[in-house]
Write a protein that binds this ligand. Structure first.
Ligand SMILES: *[C@@H]1O[C@H](CO)[C@@H](O)[C@H](O)[C@H]1NC(C)=O
Length: 137
């Protein structure tokens, strides 16, 4: 006898798939740079590529010595050029200690450009990256 693809089996598959998706899209706390933290000379573009995707409600945590900071740059052009005109200070030099500075991703689809602007952190220190928060459910 041939086994058909019953509605019940279909439902079980659907529920299983949905619960797996839900399990993998729980909001996460992600330390930027992992054990390297937020420091001069670590490639954060590479880090963000390897740690993508990021989801709405994920929290990025920046841990750093008081020789760096965290800015949000206004657009791709300013990001590429490390141009801090119009940038918004998110966390000062002193906010990276202890548990670090936490930033929760809330803007769906809109790229967020992060950078440090102490000395040549951004230009030479590779201390910049962007994330595009995807929907979580
Ligand atoms: C940083 O990583 C990106 C992505 O992997 C790569 O394209 C780029 O060349 C790297 N930059 C440096 C300076 O190594």
């Amino acid at each position: 006898m041939k086994m058909g693809f019953s509605l019940a089996k279909g439902l079980i598959l659907l529920v299983t798939a949905a619960s797996m998706l839900a399990a993998t899209s729980q909001a996460e706390t992600i330390v930027v740079g992992g054990s390297e933290g937020w420091r001069f000379g670590f490639n954060y573009t590479d880090w963000s590529l390897k740690n993508s995707p990021f989801f709405v409600n994920d929290k990025l945590v920046f841990k750093y010595k008081p020789t760096h900071n965290v800015y949000l740059l206004p657009n791709l052009g300013s990001f590429i050029k490390c141009d801090f005109r119009g940038a918004k200070l998110l966390a000062s030099a002193t906010q990276g200690g202890g548990g670090g500075y936490g930033f929760t991703l809330q803007t769906l689809w809109r790229p967020l450009y992060f950078a440090s602007n102490v000395g040549t952190d951004c230009k030479d220190g590779l201390m910049k990256f962007f994330v595009v928060p995807l929907p979580s459910w």
